[in-house]
Design a protein. Structure first.
Length: 396
């Protein structure tokens, strides 16, 4: 934890709240990116020292409330913290602003990451901002086109590896050790520091009143680790007086952490991951040990949901006018399952984190809605004739 000498929780809250109030005035002004950042607002808790700070700005993401999503999940008090509204379309920007800032301050010559898509997009953008060469390792044929396009557009040298994400991460680690590039996956501790601000900002938006539960999609487990760290630090600093429980939600086809949880974490599992939720398609989570600590410290739970459950939740979120990538919807699908099994009470308060933008996996959206089944919204081809439109209007 960063040290904040002589500052009570009340005093820190006042500092953070004052910065939040001033953030909108900083946007659009020269040099205002840092002041407008929902990450660097909490700078005392992130990165020690001074020097250049790389901000887009990121953070300041909303908490949505939609009755249709609450009904689907089974809890009346449900907030949706939408991290897809960060600059590159995912929560990764929060960790990347801190990690790239640290890399620049300490003289990194190049940066690298393994990715299922969002990390590569974010790192490429911040590396371009910093003027650093960037090397991206992604699994060939297993990355959404939009995410791949972002990394390429931002100028990263993109390597399509014949293997899964775990193979990419092993190769990236070797490159870091032997070629001298700075590794920026979530095993980099500064990534975790930035991702803590998802929770800090959410608590601030709720007037520093914690919910009963925070539900988060779980892949590499960086967010699970960061959330536990943020909550324990917030309690120790006096920012909050109680700690919410974390619900880490995995896709059933990529659920090694859920399997470990059922053994009381006595055994660590590794699996060959397969799921439509590409952002959490990870079989050997790099932040496993730190995530175990987070679940234990917050009396949390780990659950898994099927691809069908994820896509059903996504359809409800999308139809509410919010939208999210498939992996994001795992959090809401998980809340629904935990309510039905009695783990989460219908009267409890929950914040579910949506980690990515609806356009991050556009191919899956179209595949879902053009397949047979209830709740689909198939595009219809018609003749250029008003009578065809009228027939559809009458039918609707």
């Amino acid at each position: 934890m960063r040290q904040c000498p002589d500052r009570s929780g009340h005093a820190l809250r006042a500092v953070f709240d004052r910065r939040a109030a001033a953030a909108s005035l900083a946007r659009g002004h020269a040099g205002g990116e840092v002041a407008a950042s929902g990450v660097w607002r909490f700078r005392e808790l992130l990165l020690p020292g001074t020097g250049p700070t790389l901000a887009h700005p990121e953070g300041d993401t909303p908490i949505y409330r939609r009755e249709a999503v609450s009904r689907f999940a089974g809890v009346a008090d449900l907030g949706l913290k939408h991290e897809g509204q960060n600059p590159t379309g995912s929560f990764k920007d929060r960790g990347m602003t801190v990690a790239v800032t640290h890399a620049v301050r300490f003289g990194a010559s190049a940066v690298a990451c393994a990715s299922t898509g969002n990390t590569s997009a974010s790192m490429a953008a911040y590396a371009a901002h910093a003027g650093l060469p960037a090397l991206v390792f992604v699994p060939a044929g297993k990355i959404a086109a939009g995410k791949l396009a972002q990394a390429v557009a931002y100028g990263a040298r993109t390597l399509l590896v014949r293997g899964d994400f775990d193979a990419c991460l092993r190769l990236c680690r070797e490159a870091s050790e032997k070629l001298g590039v700075t590794l920026l996956n979530s095993i980099n501790p500064w990534r975790i520091e930035g991702q803590k601000t998802i929770v800090l900002e959410m608590l601030q938006q709720r007037g520093w009143q914690p919910p009963d539960w925070i539900a988060v999609p779980a892949g590499a487990l960086g967010n699970t680790s960061a959330f536990g760290k943020a909550l324990i630090e917030a309690r120790e600093l006096g920012l909050i007086d109680r700690v919410p429980r974390i619900a880490a939600i995995q896709a059933a086809g990529a659920s090694p952490f859920a399997r470990s949880f059922k053994t009381g974490f006595r055994k660590r599992y590794r699996v060959a991951a397969e799921t439509v939720a590409t952002a959490i398609r990870i079989g050997d989570p790099a932040s496993h040990d730190r995530a175990v600590w987070s679940i234990r410290e917050t009396r949390g739970v780990v659950e898994k949901v099927t691809d069908a459950e994820i896509l059903a939740a996504k359809a409800v979120i999308d139809a509410a006018g919010i939208g999210c990538e498939p992996a994001s919807a795992a959090s809401v699908a998980g809340v629904r399952k935990l309510v039905r099994t009695g783990v989460i009470g219908a009267g409890e308060s929950v914040v579910a984190v949506l980690t990515g933008h609806v356009l991050k996996d556009a191919e899956i959206v179209m595949k879902y809605h053009t397949a047979p089944g209830r709740g689909r919204n198939r595009p219809l081809e018609i003749d250029a004739d008003l009578r065809a439109v009228a027939r559809l209007v009458r039918r609707s």
